[in-house]
Design a protein around this ligand. Structure first.
Ligand code: SAM
Length: 217
């Protein structure tokens, strides 16, 4: 029988803090959110392991370190309004929702969105709006956003998402081929211009949509 609390503490210390992520608010939230509730019951014992896991529908819950790194790169403040593309299991959504004022999240696969909603509700994370659809088009009615996180690999930065960033806003997105990407942070300056910083190499499932990859036939 796994003690989830001990497994979670070890995950945070050995996979996240040991790799240089130490922001106190983020660490506190990672220590708190029960990651094992976001995977299928049969996988719960592996929920705190150092890698992604399948969540059904050929999709994955991201590696804990990747969730922590992407969150850190967003430079969030408690007042922020955040857009997430690729709800997946809802684990990353729960981390974001614990750190900011409100999260809008879009998932293209309905059963995943419905399951994520259930778990987020059970944790009383009520500052989350979930929509089923093509996240490459953003969420026009709620824009602009202080931060946007894309949790699937894109061929290029979707122009619509860059447009929906507020001045000073940050967009974190893996960009590259369908199999490997580089994690990018795009920042919208006060004058509306965009600056781009490249981070680590990574491997995400493809971002499928009008401004992403084509759906497999
Ligand atoms: N952050 C998630 C978690 O913690 O479970 C992992 C997300 S998974 C790596 C990427 C997700 O992006 C998948 O659930 C996939 O269905 C979704 N996705 C891919 N293209 C999308 C699009 N255009 N709009 C919305 N969701 C998309």
């Amino acid at each position: 029988m796994v003690n989830f609390e001990i497994a979670r503490k070890r995950m945070v210390q050995e996979q996240i803090m040991a790799r240089g992520i130490t922001s106190p608010r983020l660490i506190e939230v990672l220590m708190k959110i029960p990651r094992h509730l976001f995977v299928q019951e049969a996988m719960a014992a592996q929920a705190y392991s150092d890698g992604p896991l399948p969540i059904g529908e050929k999709q994955t819950i991201s590696q804990p370190f990747m969730v922590a790194l992407m969150t850190d790169l967003l430079e969030l403040t408690p007042r922020d309004h955040v857009l997430e593309i690729g709800t997946g299991s809802g684990y990353q959504t729960a981390i974001l929702a614990s750190l900011v004022r409100r999260v809008w999240t879009i998932e293209r696969i309905r059963p995943l969105a419905m399951q994520a909603r259930k778990v987020l509700d059970s944790l009383h994370l009520l500052n989350v709006n979930i929509k089923v659809g093509d996240g490459t088009l953003g969420w026009e009615e709620e824009a602009p956003f202080d931060a946007i996180l894309v949790t699937a690999g894109a061929p290029a930065v979707p122009e619509t998402l860059a447009r929906q960033l507020a001045p000073g806003g940050r967009l974190v997105i893996p960009v590259g081929s369908e199999s490997t990407q580089t994690l990018l942070r795009i920042r919208k300056e006060a004058d509306g211009s965009l600056t781009r910083e490249a981070g680590i190499d990574c491997r995400f499932v493809p971002l499928i949509g009008q401004q992403g990859w084509h759906a497999p036939q």
